[in-house]
Design a protein around this ligand. Structure first.
Ligand SMILES: C[S@@+](CC[C@H](N)C(=O)[O-])C[C@H]1O[C@@H](n2cnc3c(N)ncnc32)[C@H](O)[C@@H]1O
Length: 292
C-alpha cells in the first residue's frame, strides 16, 4: 500500500493522456476558469494589448469598411482551442476576421461548433497540433492560449508543434502564446500542491489534486482524481507538463526560426483573477514573429 502511495505521479502518466482527458469532466473541473466569459474577456484585453495585435485587429475593421483589398483579409488560428472560448469571442467582436480553431478533442470541438453556429467567420477542426489542416503561410496570427503548450512527452514534440505553427504563419506573422509562469511554479509549487474542492454547487463531485515537480524542475505532473460521493472514483488522470522559463522558451523559439525580441515576454497581471486558480494565476504571455 505504501509503495502505491509513494509512486511517482510521473510513473502513472499514460501515453497520449490528452486523448481522453479533455472531456465533460475537464470542463467541470476546470470550468471555474475556462468557462467564465468574464475571465476570457479580461484575458483577451490583456492579450490584445500588444501593438502588433492592435494593428491586426484594426486591419480587420478597415477590411469590413471596404477600405482594404480582400487579399489582405485577417486570418487567425487558435491552436489547441478547446471549446473555442477565444475563437468565438474574437469572431463575435470582429465579423471581418476569419478565425480557425483546431483541437484534438472531438467533445470540445462539438461544443465550440454548437456555440458558434450563428457565426460565419469561425470554423473548427479536430486533429493533432502537429498537423494543422492549412497551407503554408495561411495565417496572420497563431494563438496558443490557456496553458496549452508543453504536453508532448519530449521537447522534440513541442519543437514539432512550433515548427507546424511556423509553417502555417505568414512571413511577418505573430505567434501569441500564454501559459503558466515556470519560474513562479518552480519556486512556489507547494502553494498549488495537494488541494481538493467541490465541483459546482449542488453536485456531489469532488476534484482532488496532487502535484510533483521533477528533480530538474523541467516537468510538473498533476494527478487529478474526480470522485462522486455516491459512485466513487470517476476519473483518475496524471498530467505531465513541460515548464519553460524565459531562457528555455527563447531557445526553443529560436531553434524553430522565430524572432524573439526584448518585448516578447510579459508577466500576466496577477490581479486579473482573484481567489484560488492554481496554475492559472501566475502566467506569462509571449509574442514572437516569423521573419519577413
Ligand atoms: C488547457 S486546454 C486550453 C484550451 C483553450 N486554449 C482555452 O484556453 O480554453 C488545452 C487544450 O489543448 C488540447 N490539446 C492537448 N494536446 C493536444 C494535441 N496533441 N493536439 C491538439 N490539441 C491538443 C486539448 O484538447 C485542450 O483543449
Amino acid at each position: 500500500m505504501d509503495s502505491q502511495l509513494n509512486r511517482s505521479i510521473f510513473s502513472r502518466v499514460k501515453a497520449d493522456w490528452w486523448t481522453d482527458y479533455f472531456d465533460e469532466y475537464y470542463l467541470r473541473s476546470q470550468g471555474k476558469f475556462y468557462e467564465d466569459a468574464i475571465v476570457t474577456s479580461k484575458e483577451w484585453d490583456v492579450l490584445s494589448s500588444y501593438p502588433e495585435i492592435q494593428q491586426l485587429l484594426r486591419r480587420g475593421d478597415e477590411n469590413s469598411q471596404g477600405q482594404m483589398q480582400n487579399e489582405r483579409k485577417v486570418e487567425i488560428l487558435d491552436l489547441n482551442c478547446g471549446q473555442g472560448r477565444h475563437s468565438i469571442l474574437i469572431a463575435n467582436s470582429k465579423s471581418s476576421i476569419q478565425v480557425h480553431g483546431h483541437d484534438q478533442s472531438q467533445f470540445l470541438i462539438d461544443l465550440a461548433r454548437a456555440r458558434s453556429s450563428h457565426l460565419s467567420n469561425v470554423r473548427f477542426s479536430v486533429g493533432d497540433s502537429c498537423s494543422v489542416p492549412a497551407d503554408r503561410n495561411s495565417y496572420n496570427m497563431v494563438m496558443i492560449l490557456g496553458n496549452s503548450f508543453g504536453f508532448y512527452p519530449t521537447e522534440m514534440g513541442d519543437h514539432n508543434m512550433l515548427a507546424e505553427v511556423y509553417r502555417v504563419l505568414q512571413p511577418g506573422g505573430v505567434l501569441l502564446l500564454e501559459c503558466t509562469d515556470a519560474t513562479f511554479i518552480r519556486e512556489n509549487y507547494e502553494l498549488i500542491n495537494e488541494k481538493w474542492r467541490w465541483l459546482g454547487q449542488d453536485e456531489n463531485l469532488i476534484a482532488c489534486y496532487q502535484r510533483e515537480l521533477s528533480h530538474d524542475g523541467r516537468r510538473l505532473a498533476t494527478r487529478e482524481i474526480i470522485v462522486a460521493t455516491d459512485k466513487g472514483i470517476i476519473k483518475d488522470t496524471s498530467i505531465p507538463v513541460r515548464l519553460y522559463d524565459q531562457s528555455e522558451f527563447t531557445e526553443i523559439f529560436r531553434n524553430v526560426g522565430f524572432v524573439v525580441s526584448e518585448d516578447s515576454f510579459r508577466k500576466w497581471p496577477t490581479t486579473l483573477l482573484s481567489g484560488q486558480y492554481g496554475m492559472l494565476k501566475n502566467r506569462v504571455t509571449i509574442k514572437v514573429c516569423k521573419p519577413v
